[in-house]
Design a protein around this ligand. Structure first.
Ligand code: NAP
Length: 281
C-alpha cells in the first residue's frame, strides 16, 4: 500500500518539499507520496493524531509549529531537545519521534564546500539568533569547532543560545561589533531573513573587513544569490546559498523515514527547477 508523508505549516502553499521528496520516491521506485498540509495552530494536535490514525510514515514540520509540535510527540531525539525544535517526525507503529535535521543539513552542506579546511580548526560567526541559528549552532557544536560566535540585532537572544558554553568557545555580540571583527572568521553565516525576497536589497552587515578565502554562507535560497552573497563573491569569498541546507535537511529526513539516503542531485535539481535557477551551491 502506498505510504503517505507530508509537511505541515501555516502558511504552506509555497513549500518546495513535495517536489523534492516526490522526485526521490519516484527515482527510487518507492510506493510513497508526499503532500503539503495547511495546519493552523489550533489544529496541530488533531493533525498529529491524524498521523497516527492514518498510519502516515512521517512528517516535516515548518513555521509556526517547530516548537509547539514537541508536546504532542512521544519521544524527542537529544539533538532536537538541545535545539528546542523539531522539523521531522517519524511514525514508528503509532509512536511519534521528533528529530531536527535543519542544523545537520546545514553542516553537511558546509562540509561540501570546506575543501581542504576542517571544521575543527574553523572560527565561525553566525549572524542571527532565531530558530535556524539555534539549529545550526548546536549542530556545529556536535562537530567540534574552534570558535563559534553569534552576532544578532538583539544581543540578548544570542546570549540565550550560547548560555553555558565556555567564553573561549562562544561569545555573543551586536552586528556592529561583528562587522569590525569579520577578519577573525573562516566562515560567516547569515541566518537572518535579511535579503530574502521581497526585501532583496537589504544586507545583514557590511563585509568590508573579511579576509580573502572566507566562506560566506547565506541560508536564504530565494533569491538564489542575495545581494550580500553578491558582495561577498565580489570580494573574493567562497559563497554558498541556502539550497544545500534545504536539500540536506530533506535528505536526512528522508533517510529517517525510509532507511535510504536519497540521491542529492535529484533533490537539488527538483528545487532548482522550482526556483528557476542553476546555482549549484
Ligand atoms: P526567526 O526565528 O524569525 O529569526 C529571525 C532572525 O533574523 C533573528 O535573529 C532576528 O533578530 C533577525 N532579523 C529579522 N529581521 C531583522 C532585521 N530587520 N534586522 C536585523 N535582524 C533581523 O527565523 P528563522 O526560522 O531562524 O529563519 C531565518 C531565515 O532562515 C529565513 O530567511 C528562513 O527562510 C531561512 N531558513 C532557511 C532554511 C534552509 O533550509 N535553507 C531553513 C530554515 C530557515 P532579532 O533576534 O533581533 O529579532
Amino acid at each position: 500500500m502506498e505510504k503517505l508523508y507530508g509537511v505541515i505549516g501555516d502558511p504552506i502553499a509555497q513549500s518546495m518539499s513535495p517536489d523534492m521528496h516526490n522526485s526521490s520516491f519516484k527515482a527510487l521506485g518507492l510506493e510513497a507520496t508526499y503532500k503539503a498540509f495547511h495546519v493552523t495552530p489550533e489544529r496541530l494536535e488533531s493533525a498529529l493524531e491524524g498521523v497516527r490514525g492514518l498510519g502516515m510514515g512521517g512528517l516535516n514540520v515548518t513555521i509556526p509549529h517547530k516548537v509547539s509540535v514537541m508536546k504532542f510527540l512521544d519521544e524527542i531525539d537529544p539533538l532536537a531537545s538541545k535545539i528546542g525544535a523539531v522539523n521531522t517526525v517519524v511514525n514508528e507503529n503509532g509512536k511519534l519521534i521528533g528529530y531536527n535535521t535543519d542544523g545537520m543539513g546545514y553542516v553537511t552542506s558546509l562540509k561540501e564546500i570546506l575543501q581542504e579546511k576542517s571544521l575543527e580548526n574553523s572560527s565561525i560567526l553566525l549572524i542571527g539568533a532565531g530558530g535556524a541559528a539555534r539549529a545550526i549552532y548546536f549542530s556545529l557544536l556536535e562537530e567540534g569547532v574552534k570558535q563559534l560566535d553569534i552576532a544578532n540585532r538583539t544581543v540578548e537572544n544570542a546570549r540565550t543560545i550560547i548560555n553555558g558554553q565556555p567564553s573561549s568557545l562562544s561569545k555573543a555580540m551586536g552586528l556592529l561589533e561583528a562587522e569590525n571583527d569579520l577578519h577573525a572568521y573562516d566562515v560567516i553565516i547569515n541566518t537572518t531573513s535579511i535579503g530574502m525576497y521581497p526585501n532583496k536589497d537589504d544586507i545583514p552587515l557590511s563585509l568590508h573587513n573579511i579576509k580573502s578565502s572566507t566562506i560566506v554562507s547565506d541560508i536564504i535560497y530565494n533569491p538564489l544569490e542575495t545581494r550580500w552573497l553578491q558582495e561577498a563573491r565580489a570580494k573574493g569569498a567562497i559563497t554558498q546559498n541556502g539550497v544545500g541546507m534545504f536539500v540536506f535537511q530533506g535528505a536526512l529526513a528522508f533517510e529517517k523515514w525510509t532507511g535510504i539516503y536519497p540521491d542529492i542531485d535529484i533533490m537539488r535539481n527538483a528545487i532548482l527547477t522550482k526556483l528557476g535557477g542553476t546555482h549549484k551551491c
